[in-house]
Design a protein around this ligand. Structure first.
Ligand code: FE2
Length: 368
């Protein structure tokens, strides 16, 4: 059942609430290759928080930090640590999107609000999603400024010396939410009934990987397929669920990872490694089974093995992916880099393949 009557254009931006936005901006710039294009804070007469707008390809991140304990969101940092606060969706009509969503049962956080400066009018509203995460509805059709009122452009080359290698990230492929055990279907229904998303039935669903992954996952998509949100819940598997660990350390549901698409994952991962981004380790034995598991691909397997890039295949093609380590001290948010060659999957086959690769390594060491 779908209700496509809140036209969603796509993901406008992702807002992170962090302890020190200035330092986080440095990290996302020099490690992930984002340009820092705008700033709001004391110097721009924004008194309650500092904000940095980062851009790469079509991806916009906003990093915000409170400037006092009176900031309405300052408790988030004690509770969750750094993390994603808001996934903002671009819409045609903010008041209509907010009205329809709340009529269908969404909990309103910020009613439709107009912000105005000499560059025009910026409109937004927000509703609650899982945990303390929100979805804003944003419209900037009548706004010509760099991001939103309060923000001033920053010359990306003057923000700090360019020390990083160009990374080549293009767009947000998907954003994954972790929710409590037994809540996955409830949130799938929320996206279907409130936002008019539909469940993406993919090859992943047919494969029995729960015992290897220790998670259950369903994918909802909206905005004509431009917005994809997998929802995970913990499950009993062969190992302790990483979802359980996330929920413990984040103190509730939240965004687990953001997958960023590139046209050349080998070049992107080379640059990211050069910039000192840490990725999950992949056992060498994973690549021994790879040709038999996925068949012919364009990339050189030795090169993929060298960089730790994973491959998965479905009936429509293949995809390459790699996961960073968590980007904060708590084992919570991390990033995925993804390149798709026809495949619409999210890489579930890799749970089993990685599990078996680790077991083969253990068998060789005699520790299985
Ligand atoms: Fe993913």
């Amino acid at each position: 059942m779908s209700h496509p009557d809140i036209p969603l254009r796509g993901i406008d931006h992702v807002r992170f609430f962090v302890g020190n936005a200035r330092q986080s901006a440095y990290f996302y710039r020099n490690a992930f290759g984002f340009d820092v294009i705008a700033y709001a804070g004391l110097e721009t007469k924004t008194r309650h928080e500092a904000g940095y707008v980062l851009r790469q390809g079509d991806i916009t991140f906003v990093l915000a930090s409170p400037l006092s304990p009176e900031h309405p969101d300052s408790y988030r940092i004690i509770q969750h640590g750094d993390g994603v606060q808001d996934i903002a969706l671009a819409v045609d009509d903010v008041p209509a999107a907010y009205r329809i969503a709340t009529e269908r049962g969404a909990i309103g956080v910020t009613p439709p609000t107009l912000l105005e400066d000499e560059y025009g009018v910026y409109e937004y509203a927000s509703i609650r999603a899982y945990g303390d995460t929100t979805h804003s509805f944003v419209n900037r059709d009548r706004y010509r400024g760099v991001f939103a009122p309060g923000y001033r452009p920053l010359d990306p080359d003057r923000y700090s010396p360019r020390t990083f290698h160009p990374v080549g990230l293009k767009s947000i492929d998907h954003i994954v939410g972790n929710v409590e055990e037994g809540k996955m279907n409830e949130w799938v229904r929320f996206y279907e009934q409130v936002l008019g998303f539909s469940q993406l039935i993919s090859f992943d669903d047919k494969d029995i990987s729960t015992e290897y992954s220790a998670l259950m996952s369903k994918v909802v998509q909206g905005g004509g397929g431009r917005i994809k949100f997998p929802i995970n819940e913990p499950a009993k598997g062969r190992r302790r669920s990483q979802i359980e660990e996330y929920l413990n350390f984040y103190h509730g549901p939240g965004v687990q990872h953001i997958a960023l698409a590139t046209d050349n994952i080998v070049a992107t991962v080379r640059a990211l490694r050069h910039n000192d981004v840490s990725f999950l380790r992949v056992p060498r034995t994973y690549y021994e089974m790879l040709p038999a598991r996925i068949g012919a691909i364009d990339e050189d397997i030795a090169e993929l093995a060298d960089l730790g890039i994973l491959v998965d295949r479905d009936d429509e093609g293949y995809m390459l992916q790699i996961f960073t380590k968590p980007v904060e001290d708590r084992p919570t948010l991390f990033f995925e880099i993804i390149e798709r060659h026809g495949s619409k999957s999210f890489g579930k086959g890799n749970f089993k393949a990685l599990f078996e690769a680790i077991e083969r390594e253990q068998a060789r060491r005699g520790t299985l």
